[in-house]
Write a protein that binds this ligand. Structure first.
Ligand SMILES: [Zn+2]
Ligand SMILES: [Zn+2]
Length: 127
């Protein structure tokens, strides 16, 4: 891979890690703050490349744009309906849910998201 591409990829991956479940737009804002020459198309392309090769995860939640996750392995999420922030749920994978993906009457399951919706600690404090 070209050196320039490698550097851009690295910048995008680092931004995803710093921002913690960001949307593509937020990654672009973060990267372009220090590297104003980088285009939105480049950031979006790198995000999708990183998600395709499994370096980062891509989340399709019930509301809002897709988000990117620096933990690529399967895990569940909490979403605050007030501020929109997404957190990792620190519980092990539920074996019953994982089984569904093995035996689904010929239905070919590619992915699923388990999302807990509520109010985060910071928003709770403000209220
Ligand atoms: Zn919140
Ligand atoms: Zn996560």
């Amino acid at each position: 891979m070209e050196r320039r591409n490698t550097i851009q990829r690295q910048l995008v991956a680092e931004a995803v890690c710093r921002l913690d479940h960001p949307q593509a737009e937020e990654v672009y804002e973060e990267v372009s703050r220090e590297h104003p020459h980088i285009s939105k198309a480049t950031v979006y392309r790198n995000l999708n490349l990183l998600a395709e090769d499994g370096t980062i995860g891509k989340l399709h939640l019930c509301e809002g744009a897709d988000r990117f996750d620096f933990r690529p392995e399967k895990h569940y999420h909490l979403r605050c309906k007030k501020c929109g922030k997404v957190f990792d749920a620190h519980i092990p994978l539920l074996p019953e849910l994982e089984q569904v993906t093995d035996e689904a009457d010929g239905f070919c399951i590619e992915s699923y998201q388990l999302e807990f919706i509520g109010i985060c600690a910071a928003c709770n404090k403000q209220a």
